[in-house]
Write a protein that binds this ligand. Structure first.
Ligand code: BGC
Length: 374
């Protein structure tokens, strides 16, 4: 009897379906340092004249950050990093961000991307995901952790009043489902972006958020899974600590409160409830006039270093997703991607384009690091 006929009789599992990575990906592994960030930090240190500050800044190159694939042209670079990690031997974790949805950053201006829905961006995004999948399949002995689409689904929970978000909603959902379905290799761990405590943590938003994540996972098909969610990506909230007045009266005013409140809602919706939390720039609290302010916040300091010693079983690891020192957005009012948040009084100015190096901001982050850098 032919294999296909046998399958028809006994409902066997197709050979292409593979289990996603299981367990905490950082356990028993070394986290790969992203060379482009090491180079950025080394160049920055060379531009610091104060020797104490320079020595402190130099230690930052040892802290693992995520590699942002913010354009499709960066996917081959992921391949190079995976090959380098593979060659380094041992069990290595490579951390990257999937960030190229068409009509990206639909409720803000500063991180608009290369693809548009009107111009065939959905098909281009599928190619982008297929190319990422090919890279992880070429390096099966490397563990790959992906944060999936910062702000993407969160915008659909609260910002459908923005025309660009309403227009993008079904495309975003379909494409995140597509990414999940194509990235089920057993060396891949997916964490969908879940905004942060001061956004989806509000009581009115948290239940719709859990339902949104579940809907998108269901859209990826039977058997597809993720490891969980990422919070506070590129934001400034504490994992735990005293309430920031800007969060009041949100009962879930820090990331741990948000996670503890969200986890049971996810479980009710059959969505895996493990988390990672970005603390790269969360060392200093109480510096924002409004919780919704997110652009190069003035007075921020580096936060907790990446660790799996999180004090909460729901949290796999503290991570640095946003590479500290890279800008959140330009403060140049004449730039096409200028967002008013980057021109507010609690935003550091003048600031360069999102993703580009912001030397003075990096220096302040180092100075105000909490815990301090030695
Ligand atoms: C930017 C990306 C950049 C990322 C990390 C985002 O805000 O839009 O271009 O790669 O931040 O710095």
């Amino acid at each position: 009897m032919k294999f296909a006929a046998l399958c028809a009789l006994i409902a066997c599992v197709p050979a292409l379906v593979r289990a996603a990575g299981t367990g905490n990906p950082w356990t028993g592994a070394t986290t790969f340092l992203i060379p482009e960030y090491v180079q950025e930090v080394q160049a920055a240190v060379g531009n610091i004249t104060d020797s104490t500050l320079a020595a402190q800044a130099a230690t930052v190159e040892q802290v693992p950050v995520f590699f942002w694939m913010d354009v499709a042209a960066k996917v081959p670079t992921l391949g190079q990093y995976l090959a380098a990690a593979s060659a380094a031997g041992g069990t290595q974790v490579v951390q990257a961000v999937i960030y190229d949805l068409p009509d990206r950053d639909c409720a803000a201006e500063s991180s608009a991307g290369e693809f548009t829905i009107a111009d065939g961006g959905a098909a281009l995004y599928e190619q982008y995901i297929d190319n990422i999948a090919a890279q992880v399949e070429a390096n099966p002995n490397v563990r790959v952790v992906f944060v999936v689409e910062p702000d993407g689904l969160a915008n659909l929970v609260t910002n459908l009043s923005v025309a660009k978000c309403a227009n993008a909603a079904s495309t975003y959902k379909e494409l995140v489902s597509y990414a999940i379905s194509k990235l089920q290799q057993d060396n891949v761990w997916l964490y969908l972006d879940a905004g942060h405590s001061g956004w989806l943590g509000w009581p009115a938003n948290i239940t719709p958020a859990a339902q949104m994540f579940a809907e998108v996972l269901q859209g990826a098909g039977t058997g597809a899974t993720v490891r969980g969610l990422a919070t506070d990506v590129s934001n400034y909230n504490l994992l735990r600590g005293a309430e920031d007045p800007a969060q009041s009266p949100n009962p879930n005013y820090d990331e741990e409160l948000y996670i503890n409140a969200l986890a049971p809602l996810l479980q009710q919706n059959n969505f895996p409830s493990q988390f990672i939390v970005d603390q790269g720039r969360s060392g200093v609290s109480g510096i924002r006039t409004a919780e919704g302010d997110w652009c190069n916040v003035l007075g921020a300091g580096l936060g907790m270093r990446p660790t799996t010693d999180t004090g909460n079983d729901l949290i796999d690891s503290i991570v640095w997703v946003k590479p500290p020192g890279e800008s959140d957005g330009t403060s140049n009012q004449t730039a096409p991607r200028y967002d008013t948040h980057c021109g507010q009084s609690d935003a550091t100015q003048p600031a360069p384009e999102a993703g580009t190096w912001f030397q003075s901001y990096f220096e302040t982050l180092v100075q105000k690091a909490n815990p301090a850098l030695s």
